[in-house]
Design a protein around this ligand. Structure first.
Ligand code: 3H9
Length: 698
């Protein structure tokens, strides 16, 4: 009963302690095979009179990061996680879980079924299922509150954020945090349990932390998060499960958890969230690069430009422990930049999201300078100067003169041609785009832009750096708008056309927020300021193809001095930062419709969402077809992390695939016929629709 290919191997030590080692590379996910082998191993250890105690440990310093997510959607065969946990908890012999690196999801549930838990200091312990649109389905919502109390469990399970080992110790989730070799510590812990004859704690039998809970805890928690959870199933069900744990008998609440888990597992949200999880990992893979290519180490960095963007980028490096030079032209600009950075850190500390000593440590890593020569030792420099080709070229000439050989020269441009910037240097192979999103220290997306001559080493190094500084990178080709802003232009254009055809800005925003965007397009534009786009449009007017449909609404607002929040009026009228619908804007839009001879009509929220997403998906296909994005799922990742696309909807390309490419093709074709060339279908759309239809027929 220990076949060599089993995912769980048992070894009996001299003191009669059975060590059950789980090995399922790469991360020890709890697959069907692991559940089957683990149950068999626990049963034989319990039945073997030579075994006095059991230690459960993972191979390669890992414990278990949860159920195997590749198996969701497949039929469940063999024992469930619940069967394994029931056997562990019922064991008459003490079971010690030895937690290394990750004890997450089903992994933590397994550990909570053991009588004792010890952990390494670097172990992350939590129930992250909510991030995949799920809830813990093997008793996690029932056992964790019994250890940490209802209030803490609500917070932990609805956010999915892991605890550090030390936090888990304080909260009573683990019995000890151990240094040195985990297995040795686990064996010695088990020997102590046996020697002292410690009673076996079955977490499911404890109820001292969930008795007499004030019911308003749950109603208040729901009310507090209603807005954030709008349209999301899993967090709502998690609250119901924890409430049941505190108010109903074990068997009833445990059954409710399973029903809620099955409901979440079958939901479209779960499928969308796992799509994003996989897409994020796929985005890091770049075809055509040699597997031997290793990223260069980034031990020090530099940022040119101490404005809002440059300061935010410097914070990203400092937060990751990388010392960073911040260069600007004048002491005043540097001082302004520094005080902005200090203010950002102070806000994080005040909000409780960052401890003061950590903020101080990060601040100490940022050094201002006026001299390019100071940057010469940095492994990477990110230029965040004024968005003007001549300015950027001058910065790159200076950087080329001082930076050490091999350094990565990155530009944060969002609109300029990186080939032209690279051309002024003698090392175009080391020039790359690193397009951060504002606020740079917060937004997760980094568009890494490969220019014509960028070499593979520079690409690999910049992609790896993104991970180091906590960003999700998507590789883009060097083309107007890269990936994100090119789609944003189409998204904005379509919303503007909908205004001309009968919608109002507040209706468009309501529809988009109903779909899950945290903020509608017009509220977002008002917040960002309308004048910047206006300036760019005025410059581009000379190149604009006048035969194509163009909405003048944004220009008209700007002509009236309505630049958004900062002038108290934009698409909305503002009292402070709160916008309300403005009849004057409605009148302006109606006037535009009349001038353009467009008959206004009632437009439903569903039509707004469908049209906007269809336009985004069609443009996304063009971007993939032109080789600017490597794959459709990269576009989803970019939208989720850079543009507030609701993660539980999977991204625009995922939406299109679910909605049906055939339906997308029909809508695009209809609009192409009535609206003209802006709606030209992506070259591959007809074929995708044909394939989707053929698939439906089978
Ligand atoms: C659950 O447990 C439900 C239960 O309540 C049900 C009852 C029993 N399965 O992220 P990485 C793959 S739901 C399968 O780059 P890292 C991943 O796709 C689950 N595969 O590494 C990647 O593959 P590839 C709750 C998984 O070190 C490779 O491993 N648990 C799983 O930066 C490396 O991944 C979670 O939600 C999995 N569960 O981070 C945890 N996890 O090389 C999800 C990873 O082909 N996982 N893979 O691209 C994570 O958060 C991170 O992967 C982890 C490691 C922190 C574990």
């Amino acid at each position: 009963m220990n076949p060599s290919d089993a995912t769980v191997q048992t070894r009996l030590d001299a003191a009669g302690i059975a060590v059950l080692t789980i090995a399922n590379p790469p991360v020890n996910a709890m697959s069907m095979a692991v559940r089957r082998d683990l149950l068999a191993a626990v049963q034989s250890a319990c039945a073997d009179p030579a075994v006095k105690a059991i230690v459960l440990i993972g191979a390669g310093d890992r414990f278990i990061p949860g159920a195997d997510i590749r198996e969701f959607g497949k039929p469940l065969t063999g024992p469930s996680g619940r069967d394994v946990i029931a056997a562990l908890e019922a064991s008459p012999k003490p079971v010690v879980a030895a937690l290394g690196v990750h004890a997450l999801g089903g992994g933590l549930e397994i550990a909570l079924g053991c009588h004792f838990r010890i952990a390494t200091p670097d172990c992350k312990i939590g129930l992250p299922e909510v991030q995949l649109g799920l809830l813990p389905g093997a008793g996690g919502t029932q056992r964790l509150p019994r250890l940490v109390g209802a209030a803490r469990a609500l917070e932990l399970i609805t956010t999915g954020k892991p605890m550090t080992a030390q936090e888990a110790l304080t909260a009573g989730v683990v019995d000890e945090v151990v240094g040195g070799a985990l297995l040795d510590a686990a064996l010695s812990f088990a020997r102590r349990v046996l020697a002292e004859g410690r009673p076996l704690t079955r977490v499911s039998e404890r109820d001292e932390r969930i008795r007499n809970i004030d019911p308003t805890l749950f109603s208040d928690f729901r009310a507090q998060h209603a807005k954030r959870w709008r349209g999301q199933l899993a967090p709502q069900r998690i609250v119901a499960c924890i409430e049941a744990a505190c108010t109903r008998p074990w068997a009833e609440a445990y059954a409710l958890e399973l029903a809620a888990f099955d409901e979440c597992k079958a939901s479209a949200q779960r499928a969308a969230l796992i799509h994003v999880f996989n897409a994020e990992r796929e985005a890091a893979r770049i075809p055509g690069l040699s597997a031997d290519l290793q990223p260069q180490a980034i031990r020090s960095a530099a940022v040119v430009g101490a404005g809002t963007m440059g300061g935010g980028i410097a914070m990203c490096f400092a937060n990751a422990g990388i010392p960073v030079w911040l260069l600007d032209a004048t002491p005043e600009a540097l001082a302004r930049g520094r005080s902005l950075i200090e203010k950002n850190y102070a806000t994080s500390v005040a909000r409780g999201s960052l401890a003061r000593p950590k903020a101080d440590q990060a601040l100490a890593l940022i050094t201002g300078t006026l001299e390019y020569s100071a940057l010469s030792d940095a492994d990477i420099v990110v230029e965040a100067a004024f968005e003007d080709m001549a300015v950027k070229q001058e910065v790159f000439r200076q950087l080329d003169a001082v930076m050490k050989p091999g350094a990565v020269l990155a530009t944060n441009t969002s609109t300029l041609d990186i080939d032209k910037i690279a051309a002024v240097t003698t090392r175009a192979g080391q020039v790359i785009g690193a397009h951060f999103f504002s606020p740079a220290n917060v937004m997760k997306l980094l568009e890494v832009v490969r220019a014509k001559l960028t070499n593979p080493q520079t690409v690999v190094t910049t992609m790896a750096l993104a991970r180091t500084i906590g960003k999700t990178a998507v590789l883009s080709g060097n083309a107007d708008g890269f990936i994100g802003n090119r789609i944003l232009a189409v998204y904005g254009r379509e919303c503007d056309f909908l205004l001309e055809e009968g919608a109002t800005p507040w209706q468009v925003d309501r529809a988009l927020q109903g779909f899950g965007f945290p903020m509608g397009l017009y509220l977002m534009r008002d917040m960002a300021g309308l004048d910047v786009g206006w300036r760019i449009r005025k410059y581009r007017e000379q190149f604009r193809d006048k035969r194509l449909r163009y909405s003048p609404i944004a220009d008209r607002l700007c002509e009236l001095g309505r630049f958004g929040q900062k002038t108290g009026a934009g698409y909305y009228r503002y009292e402070g930062r709160v916008g309300s619908p403005d009849p004057a804007v409605e009148a302006l839009i109606e006037q535009v419709s009349r001038e353009l001879k467009i008959e206004r009509r009632a437009i439903g929220d569903d039509e707004i969402v469908e049209r906007v997403l269809t336009a985004m998906a069609n443009e996304g296909l063009k971007i993939v077809g032109e080789g600017i994005a490597l794959r459709e799922s990269d576009i989803d990742v970019a939208y989720v992390h850079g543009y507030g696309f609701p993660r539980h909807q999977g991204g625009p390309m995922y939406w299109a695939a679910r909605h049906g490419w055939a339906q997308v093709f029909d809508t695009v074709s209809r609009l192409h016929a009535s609206q003209g060339p802006l709606w030209a279908p992506a070259p591959q759309l007809a074929e995708m629709a044909r394939r989707a239809r053929a698939h439906e027929l089978h």
